[in-house]
Structure formats: structure tokens, C-alpha cells
Design a protein around this ligand. Sequence first.
Ligand SMILES: N[C@@H](CCC(=O)N[C@@H](CS)C(=O)NCC(=O)O)C(=O)O
Length: 218
Amino acid sequence: MAEQEVMVLYAPQVSMFSRVCSIVAEEAGVSWRLQATGTGTKEAGQHHPFLRTPAATIDGVEFYETLAITSYLDSKYNNRALQPADAEAGARCLQWVGVASHYVFPILEERLVLPRLVAPLMGRQPNEQMISEALPHIAYHLRVVEQRLAQAPFMAGPDVSLADIFMYGNIDAALMTPEGAEMVAALPAMTAWHKKIGARPSCLATKWPNPEDLLNAD
Ligand SMILES: N[C@@H](CCC(=O)N[C@@H](CS)C(=O)NCC(=O)O)C(=O)O
């Protein structure tokens, strides 16, 4: 008999925040499946009052917001291994989760990853002006992250935490674009960190499958 999934994730097939949830599920040994759900749709509204994605049902309990989903998975099924117990490292973890979600994601995803990768798949020209205007700002965001990774092995300090997974989702998506790949290649600490995090079985198991799936990205 097929193993019953513990988590059902409602999200587009290709989505940065959904990848973060699935990586943490893999880290926690939680079986999961994606129920492809478009952002802003009626179906998304059944799981998220603000029609965003992802949302999740975990063992019958409903959540939305990536930090809520991932901290629940880590607390309930992973002995809080990705949430530092130390007060300073715990606060650092939340600080960098916030940076990844609220500063890096909007500029990187909306102004580089989606226009560069999705527009051509839909037969449209990418908005080159928007991309080129965003590049210096993206470079600044990446440099701030680079400075942190030059000081500490991981975002929150000595150990891998949720902050690394949130940041990895962004950086791995950026690397799919030529501009992002060039910027990251110039940042040695980030390059080494990306290789280390990306080698984790959880990251390997959740790679975005085909470029065509970007058609479903939001
Ligand atoms: N704070 C939310 C953000 C989720 C989010 O922005 N998801 C994107 C898709 S990856 C979205 O719903 N975008 C639609 C919008 O901005 O209206 C979380 O952490 O889960």
C-alpha cells in the first residue's frame, strides 16, 4: 500500500516558498505531496484567506505562511533541529528568514527570475528594462548575504537552520538565470555555502523538474 502523505502542499508546481516547505518536509522525514494550486485562484482561497501560496495541511491541521508551515514541521517531526535553541542564533535565524522572505524574494523573484524564465516560455519578451534596473539592487541584496556568509558558516551561525533553507530557495532560483549565475559566481562565500546546502538530500530531492514547469510559477 502506498505511504499516506503527512503533508499536502497547496502551491504552484514551481514556487520558491513551496520549495522551502518541501525541503523542510524532507529534512523532517515527512512524506508530502503537492496539490498544484494557482496563486490568486479560488482554489488557493480555500486554503489561504489572502489567496497566496503556499498553504498546507499537515496531519489534517491547516496552515498558511511558509514560516508557520516549516516551523511546525521542524518542531513536530524534526526535534527542532532547524531552529537554534541559543537565544542569539534563534533571533539571527528569524532575522535572515525575514530578509529572505521580505527583501530578497520580492526583488529577485519578481524582477529577475520570473521575467527572465517565465516570459519566454509564454511566448513573451522579458521586460529587459525592468530586469536591468533591478540588477544593481539585486547585487546589493546578494552582497549583504555574502557578508554574513563570510562571517559565519551558516545564516544563523554555526549550524544549518530554517534561515539557510529560506535563503537557499532564493539563491537556487537566481542561479537559473544568467544574470543571477554571474552575480553569485562573484561571491565566494555564497558559492561555497550554496554547494554545501544544495548537496543535502532534501535539496536534491526537491529540485524543480523541468523548465516547462515554470509556466505554472507565480
Ligand atoms: N508571506 C508568505 C508569502 C507567500 C508569497 O508571496 N507567495 C507568492 C507565490 S511564491 C504569492 O502568493 N504571490 C502572489 C502575490 O504576491 O499576490 C509566505 O511566507 O508564505
